[in-house]
Design a protein around this ligand. Structure first.
Ligand code: FOL
Length: 223
């Protein structure tokens, strides 16, 4: 496993980069888009050891935004970053057995997962983790965690779903990947083929529609 594991941000945003409103998503459920999020974040890399799970790293407000019946997000190691080091909704002892890791910074989150991912390479002296082997690392929001991740050189990929409808938003993705700053920082949109290869599924058309909402599945990378 790499010493500095790559991080992939996954986000759905409007044209104005809106990602949230009043502690939840700005749009009334986009089932097919959410299903894409769930499939992609659950699917471990090809040729990973059996039992490998991906990790989803999120900020405390994003954790709270997930309907209680869906959290922790199943079949993934859930990591919640919170400066207080506590989650009101979870008993600390219960957290780890449910596959929930609570950390106080993104760096701590990545270090903790790296230790789990390299488990077996070292034999003694590790803290007991009870974490499975870790595959891909996804940053799932919200805006302050996206910003922290974009500042790390390990963040080399963004899976962006562009929502082609305007919704009132009070929370925004911190970087316009296709704007001046995004270009200056080296972000480029990849091909559909590269997207399919990374997400591990064939995509008939990256341009999709649910009800009257059109959206587009995109991937951006930086060298
Ligand atoms: N990225 C994309 N592309 N779409 C999103 O909706 C999205 N949402 C978040 C982060 N990145 C995203 C954060 N918000 C659930 C709810 C909110 C949320 C993320 C996940 C959630 O409940 N997920 C369940 C699926 C539930 C269902 O099937 O409706 C899961 O198992 O992933």
């Amino acid at each position: 496993p790499p010493h500095r594991p790559q991080l992939t941000l996954i986000v759905a945003a409007t044209h104005n980069l809106g990602i949230g409103k009043n502690g939840t998503l700005p749009w009334p459920s986009l089932k097919s888009e959410m299903a894409y999020f769930a499939r992609v974040t659950k699917r471990p890399p090809h040729s990973s050891p059996s039992g490998t799970k991906n990790a989803v790293i999120m900020g405390r407000k994003t954790w709270e935004s997930i309907p209680p019946k869906f959290r922790p997000l199943k079949d993934r190691v859930n990591v919640v970053v919170t400066s207080s080091g506590r989650l009101a909704s979870v008993e600390p002892e219960k957290a780890r057995e449910q596959g929930i890791v609570v950390t106080t910074s993104l760096e701590e989150a990545v270090d903790c997962l790296r230790a789990a991912g390299e488990k077996g390479a070292k034999s003694m002296g590790d803290a007991p983790t009870s974490l499975p082997p870790i595959g891909k690392l996804f940053i799932i929001g919200g805006s302050s965690l996206y910003r922290a991740a974009l500042d790390l050189p390990q963040a080399k990929r963004v899976l962006l779903t562009k929502i082609y409808k305007e919704y009132d938003c009070d929370t925004f993705f911190p970087l316009d990947l296709e704007g001046e700053e995004g270009k200056r920082r080296g972000w480029v949109k990849t091909s559909k083929q590269e997207l399919e290869e990374f997400v591990g599924e064939d995509i008939e058309d990256t341009r999709m529609k649910e009800g009257d909402v059109e959206f587009e599945l995109c991937m951006f990378e930086r060298g």
